[in-house]
Structures are given as structure tokens and as C-alpha cells.
Design a protein around this ligand. Structure first.
Ligand code: 3HC
Ligand code: NAI
Length: 697
């Protein structure tokens, strides 16, 4: 018996206890232990077998770290078949999260019981694969085709109560998994219950799978796993036998297991967890956080306050006037109403959050007791300096003073206080109560426990926090500026904004760069171009068409017109007919003869620009690891998760090919296409960005 499974015999019941912390993943030792345990139970004359997990959960799935390596026997599908085929009555007792292969082991058991708090699901599609141990065959047999398709293609877990209603489990009982499992197994034996194999149940009903396949492909923006998982469920309905369905599931599973999308999504899974585990923060205690101050209640400030209120923090919102403070409160209340509508908070909680947890103020002394203050006032250094000078005067010693600036120098802001060690950048993304990304911007003098406090706040607000150093635009906006410049260059040379947006949504981005610019507000980029104009290198290609749009008062969605025209009440926009003339005028000014671009060339250039700047950001230490860049783009910039992030994409594509293309583009514009030294170094050494991740985590 392996150490990962403990075997006991209690009366007629053999008990197999999984002991593989932290989540009882079904690694090879666990699989061996379960197989041996079933065998031993049969040899020992037991009449029933109970399977449950020690610690915080039943099995949370296959061991993801084994993916891509040679499969060690016994494989999970064989194990599940063996459990199901046992002549003894096999009972699974679930608590915590019975996910993926975990739920598949449970579905191979003959009876299933769970505590009310247990959650179960088949989240494999989020790892770029599909349930590969019979889940696509057994779940539709117990829950019906539609319910199974919903769980398998969305990957969403459900609670025990809903699983009971859907026929996935047999009973929900309060108590310890071991005790309730033993009692249930004994009850089944006493009642003379029969062994009950899901594989013997009739095939589920078929639906119009071809229509569903197309819908899933479109919804996934190129992600293959949900649509492919659907094909496996189709086999459950249409194959000649259960065994034939299992065989088809295996083929489809292996197809996905060997895909680049699986590489990308598994990278995203581990990076999402690694990103906030910084070696430098080990053992560093964050400062206490209970009362938060927010200065400026516009778009960002209201969103930040909403996120803080929803996480149980008290918020003091400071605005310039009473009217502005009331407007800020209205914005926050609007955001919180959204949370009520989505069932996240009750009407009573809404009242408490807006009336008790939120305080409005116009006087800085009201921030005297705040543990952390984050300012979200206008993006002007002079305004930020006034704010920080006042904060320095009123805030208690040890309070963290944070700026939500998008581009400005956090060192310069910190220098206007007498406590630069307490100053940090906390760069939220709009809408701040929805977007998952938080850049924690560490200035030269920021103390380490203030960094830890930034990450602690991110965790409280349920954000993915990424450490960034100080530079223009930090990690995300700096890289954005570069790939957006690349898009502008392609427009000058002949592409259209609409072709570029289409090529990039085809690559999997949620939106193309011009639709994104319209959403964010074209005035933001305009202000940034004006700010940078005096320092620009004469060799830089700076288009004028974006400025012309702004000069005409078109700022994108908020004014109804930008690259697209937006009609009230309609989602999305249609191309703005005035834009081609602006672009043509700009080309004429620069004496450019436009040429054709294919979608493939557009995507390649855009991605090469992104990867090159990302490599500079890592090389300069603005991001500590490639995975920090990947998570920034994934959670803040709509990068397709199934590609893992720009640097994972680069590893998969091959760094040498990317560098070769950059060098080729540099023949046209050697100022823009200066290859990143880190990229050159990795290619020379035959290493990848993932090698750097491993060395620095
Ligand atoms: N394999 C390997 N490691 C796993 C794992 C798994 N299935 N699930 C979690 N871990 C690791 C995490 O990486 C983390 O490691 P770290 O401490 O070194 O960073 C540790 O376990 C704890 O995980 P979390 O920090 O995520 O803990 P939470 O309590 O927040 O969440 C969880 C627990 C809900 C179980 C979450 O970890 C999770 O969603 N895990 C993945 C579940 C999953 O996708 N299962 C399906 C696997 S694929 C499969 O089963 C294929 C089959 O069909 C053949
Ligand atoms: P906004 O214009 O919507 O709101 C600014 C608010 O600050 C206004 O309500 C204004 O009354 C208030 N304000 C200005 N000066 C003040 C002062 N001295 N004291 C108190 N209140 C004051 O601006 P927005 O978009 O919310 O941006 C705020 C900050 O957040 C900027 O630094 C911006 O760069 C940054 N940011 C903006 C993002 C966006 O998408 N809008 C994303 C991430 C950061």
C-alpha cells in the first residue's frame, strides 16, 4: 500500500483514506494506493469500501504536475473502471472540492454522499483538456445530457445540494466525511443494497450536437477544450457501448493533452498562484488593514471604494466638494446595486455598506486614522504632489500612502513626503471592482512590509497582484504603449484599424486595440502623447490621426464616436466612416504608399512587438519574472488565457523565430524594432522564458 492511501478494515467496511496534502491530488502514489486498497478489500472479505480524503478535501483532481510527462501506471481511467467493476459496494464520501478526476473517482463509486459545503465539478476545460477518466461518459448518465454539458463545458463547480437535485450524488449529510461515509455504507449493507455501476446505466439522450459545437467554439474565442469536451459527451449518447464512449473520450482527451492550448492554460493555472508568492515577501508580515481612505471618487476611486467595501473594509471617501462627494457616493451605490442584482450581497448588506461602512469627507483630517490611503485624483503630477503633501501631514505613522497613477513616477510622488518608505503604487484597472489585476508598484524607497501590505490588500480584494517596478506605464501600460504603437505603424503602412481589431480578436483577444482605446477613452492616450512629446526621439514614428480624432472631440464610447460609432442602447460599434480620411491624410503627409497586410502578418508583428517589450520589462527588472508579465496581460489586457500570456506564447512559438522576425522588421525601422537584450541572450543560450520562471520562483 502506498503512503498516500491509508487502509483500515472496520467491521465489514474497508476504509481507504487519501493522505496527499494539500488537495489530495490523484498523483501516481494515490492511484496505486487506491488500486491496491480495492484489491486488499476484496481479498480481506470486506463487503463495502469507503473512499474519502483526509484534511481539507476529497480528491481535487488529477495531479496537474504530471501533465505532459509519461503516464505512470495505473492510469486514472483504468483505476476508475477497476473501482466501478469491484464486486463490493463502493461508497465515496465527499467534502471540500471533488473536482475533475476526483469527481470521476466518485462517479465510479457505486454510491455518493457529501457534506453540504462540498463542491463538485469537472473544471478540466480550464486546463485546456477534458475529463479523461470517464467523466464525460458517467456524468451525463446520472445527470442527463444538458446538465452534464453545462458542467463539463463551463467547468463550473456546483454545491452538494444542487448535485443532489441533479442526481449526481445520493445524499447530503452534515458531519465528518469519515463518520457520515461509514454510517452510509453500513446502512447500505444493512438494507442489502445492490452494487450500482454508472457505466451500466442506459446511454443519455442525444441533442443537436453540431449546432452546440459551433456555439461553444464561438463563445470560447478559439478555445478548443469546451467544444471538444462536448464531442466526448456526444459519444456518451451515440456510441455503441459505454466502452466505445470511453475510448472516444480518451482519443479526444489525448488530442487536447498534446495541444499548445493545454500548455498555455496549465501555465496560467500555476502562474496565477505563483505571481503573488514573491521570495522577498517570505516571512514579512503586512501592516494591519481595516480602515481605508480613497481620494477622488471618479471612475477609479469609486471602483476601488466599492471593491474595498465588498471585502469588509471601512472606507472614507475624500472629494474636493460636497457635491463631488455625493456624486462619488452615487457611483459607489450604483456599483453596489450591481452586486445586489447579481446576488452577491443582500439589500440589507447594501444599506449597511453605503450608510455605515462608507464615510464621505472633504477634509483631510478625516483620514487621520486610515491604515491605507489610495489616491485616484486627476493624472497630473502637480495635483498628486498636493495630495501627498497633505497626506504626509495628517496620516498616522505607519499608514500606507498609495497612488493609483497609470504612468507617473512613483519615486517623484514619494519624494514629496517625509516618509517615502510608506509610499507605494497600487495600480487598479477599470472598472476597479470588476477587473482582477492589481499592479503593486514598488518605488526605490518603499519598505518591504509596505509591499507585503499591498499584496495583502490585493488578496482581501480578491485580485491577482503583480509586483512591478517604476517606469513609464509600469508593466502593463508600458507594453500596451509598444504594441499599440506597432498597430499604429501598420495603419500608416496600409492596414486599417478594423482589420487589425479583427485579426487580433481572431487570435483570441477579447477586443482589438482600437476597440479597447475607444472603451478606455481616447483622451487618455492623447494626454500621454502630449506628456511624452518633449522627450520623444526624432526617429520615433508618431502618427497624427489619433490626435485628430481627439481634436474633433471624439473620445470613443463616452462621446459616442471614436474609431467606431456607438449608438445608444446597442452593444459594440460600427466603423467610423470619418477615420479612413484621417488616416489617408496622415499617410499623405508622410509620403507613404500604403500596402496590403494579411491577418497573419498583423498578428505576428503585433505579438513580436509585445514580446520584445515584455522581454525588456523583465530584463530591466520592472517585472521580476516572465510569468509576472503573462499574468498582467491575462488579467488586465484581455490576452487569451489559453495562450498562457505573451511570453508563454513566445516560448511555444520559438524564441529564435521571433528574434529573427524582429531583426527583419528592424531593417524597415531600426529605432522601434531594437531587439531586447534578454531575448537575444535567451536565444544565444538556447533557453526559454519558462526557464527563467523556474530559476526565479
Ligand atoms: N494538481 C497539482 N497541484 C494542485 C492541484 C492539482 N490538481 N490542485 C491544487 N494544486 C496545488 C496548487 O498549485 C497549490 O500549490 P502551491 O501551494 O505550491 O501554490 C496548492 O495545491 C493549493 O492550491 P490552491 O492555492 O489553489 O488552494 P485553494 O484552496 O485556493 O483551492 C482548489 C483549492 C479549489 C482545489 C484549487 O487548487 C483548484 O481549483 N485546483 C485544480 C482543480 C482541477 O482543475 N482539477 C482537475 C484536474 S485535471 C483532471 O482531473 C484530469 C482528469 O479528468 C483525468
Ligand atoms: P476621474 O476624472 O474619473 O476622477 C478623478 C476624481 O478625482 C474626480 O472625481 C475629481 O473630483 C477628484 N479629484 C481631483 N482632484 C482632487 C483632489 N485634489 N482631492 C480630492 N479629489 C480630487 O479620473 P479616473 O479615471 O478615475 O482616474 C483617476 C486616477 O486613476 C488617475 O491617476 C488615472 O491615471 C488612474 N487610472 C485610471 C484608469 C482609467 O481607466 N480611468 C485606470 C487606472 C488608473
Amino acid at each position: 500500500m502506498s503512503n498516500a492511501i491509508k487502509y483500515e478494515k472496520i467491521g465489514d467496511i474497508a476504509v481507504l483514506t487519501a493522505q496527499n496534502p494539500p488537495v489530495n491530488a490523484l498523483g501516481v502514489d494515490v492511484r496505486k494506493g487506491l488500486l491496491a486498497g480495492i484489491q486488499q478489500a476484496e481479498n480481506d472479505g470486506a463487503k463495502a469500501v469507503l473512499i474519502y480524503g483526509d484534511g481539507r478535501t476529497y480528491f481535487a483532481g488529477a495531479d496537474i504536475r504530471e501533465f505532459g510527462k509519461p503516464m505512470l501506471d495505473p492510469g486514472l481511467p483504468d483505476l476508475c473502471n477497476r473501482i466501478e467493476a469491484s464486486p463490493l459496494i463502493v461508497v465515496s464520501s465527499m467534502h471540500g472540492t471533488a473536482l475533475g478526476g476526483g469527481l470521476e473517482v466518485a462517479l465510479s463509486s457505486h454510491y455518493r454522499i457529501a457534506v453540504p459545503s462540498a463542491k463538485m465539478g469537472l473544471p478540466e476545460v480550464h486546463l485546456g483538456i477534458l475529463p479523461g477518466a470517464g467523466g464525460t461518459q458517467r456524468l451525463p448518465r446520472v445527470a442527463g445530457t444538458e446538465a452534464a454539458l453545462d458542467m463539463i463545458t463551463s467547468g463550473r463547480p456546483i454545491k452538494a445540494g444542487e448535485a443532489l437535485e441533479k442526481g449526481i450524488i445520493d445524499r447530503v449529510t452534515e458531519g465528518e466525511p469519515r463518520e457520515i461515509g461509514l454510517a452510509y455504507a453500513q446502512e447500505l449493507l444493512d438494507a442489502g443494497a445492490a452494487r450500482r455501476a454508472v457505466g451500466d446505466m442506459p446511454a443519455p439522450e442525444a441533442i443537436d450536437f453540431d449546432v452546440r459545437y459551433e456555439t461553444l467554439l464561438k463563445k470560447g474565442r478559439g478555445q478548443l477544450s469546451p467544444a471538444t469536451a462536448m464531442r466526448a459527451v456526444q459519444a456518451a449518447c451515440e456510441a455503441d457501448s459505454f466502452e466505445a464512449g470511453i475510448k472516444r473520450e480518451r482519443e479526444l482527451f489525448m488530442e487536447l493533452m498534446n495541444s499548445d492550448q493545454r500548455l498555455g492554460m496549465v501555465h496560467a493555472f500555476f502562474s496565477e498562484r505563483a505571481v503573488s508568492k514573491l521570495p522577498e515577501l517570505k516571512g514579512v508580515a503586512p501592516r494591519a488593514l481595516a480602515d481605508i481612505g480613497v481620494i477622488g471618487g471618479g471612475t477609479m476611486g469609486a471602483g476601488i471604494a466599492t471593491a474595498a467595501l465588498l471585502s469588509g473594509l471601512s472606507v472614507t471617501m475624500l472629494e474636493m466638494t460636497d457635491e463631488a462627494a455625493t456624486a462619488a457616493k452615487d457611483r459607489i451605490a450604483g456599483n453596489l446595486q450591481g452586486a445586489v442584482k447579481r446576488g452577491k450581497i443582500s439589500a440589507d448588506q447594501f444599506e449597511a455598506l453605503t450608510n455605515q461602512s462608507l464615510t464621505l469627507a472633504t477634509d483631510y483630517t478625516s483620514l487621520a486614522n486610515a491604515d491605507l490611503v489610495v489616491e485616484a485624483v486627476f493624472e497630473e503630477m502637480s495635483v498628486k504632489k498636493i495630495v501627498f503633501t497633505q497626506l504626509d501631514e495628517v496620516c498616522k505613522p505607519g499608514a500606507v500612502l498609495a497612488t493609483n497613477t497609470s504612468y507617473l513616477d512613483v519615486n517623484e510622488i514619494a519624494a514629496c513626503t517625509k516618509r517615502p518608505e510608506d509610499v507605494i503604487g497600487l495600480h487598479f484597472f477599470s472598472p476597479a471592482h470588476v477587473m482582477k489585476l492589481l499592479e503593486v508598484v514598488v518605488a526605490d524607497k518603499t519598505s518591504i512590509d509596505v509591499v507585503a501590505t499591498g499584496f495583502a490588500l490585493g488578496k482581501m480584494l480578491n485580485k491577482i497582484s503583480v509586483r512591478a517596478g517604476v517606469c513609464d506605464g509600469f508593466i502593463g501600460n508600458r507594453i500596451l504603449s509598444t504594441y499599440r504603437a506597432c498597430a499604429d505603424h501598420m495603419i500608416l503602412d496600409g492596414a486599417s484599424p478594423y482589420q487589425i481589431d479583427k485579426a487580433l480578436t481572431g487570435f483570441g483577444f477579447a477586443m482589438g486595440p482600437f476597440a479597447v482605446a475607444d472603451l478606455a477613452g481616447l483622451d487618455i492616450g492623447w494626454a500621454s502623447r502630449k506628456r511624452l512629446a518633449p522627450t520623444r526621439d526624432a526617429r520615433e514614428r508618431v502618427p497624427s490621426f489619433p490626435d485628430k480624432l481627439c481634436e474633433d472631440g471624439h473620445f470613443g464610447q463616452k462621446t459616442g464616436k471614436g474609431y467606431y460609432v456607438y449608438e445608444a442602447g446597442k452593444r459594440g460599434g460600427t466603423p467610423n466612416p470619418d477615420v479612413p480620411a484621417l488616416i489617408e491624410a496622415n499617410r499623405a503627409e508622410l509620403a507613404i504608399t500604403p500596402r496590403d497586410f494579411t491577418d497573419a502578418e498583423i498578428t505576428r508583428r503585433y505579438m513580436c512587438a509585445m514580446v520584445n517589450e515584455a522581454a525588456k520589462v523583465v530584463g530591466e527588472g520592472i517585472a521580476q519574472r516572465p510569468l509576472d508579465v503573462d499574468m498582467t496581460l491575462l488579467f488586465g489586457y484581455g490576452f487569451p488565457r489559453y495562450r498562457g500570456g505573451p511570453l508563454k506564447w513566445a516560448d511555444i512559438e520559438g524564441l529564435d523565430g521571433i528574434l529573427a522576425d524582429i531583426m527583419a522588421y528592424a531593417k524597415e525601422d531600426d529605432y522601434f524594432w531594437q531587439p531586447a537584450p534578454l531575448l537575444q541572450q535567451l536565444v544565444a543560450e538556447g533557453r526559454t522564458f519558462d526557464d527563467l520562471n523556474r530559476e526565479n520562483s
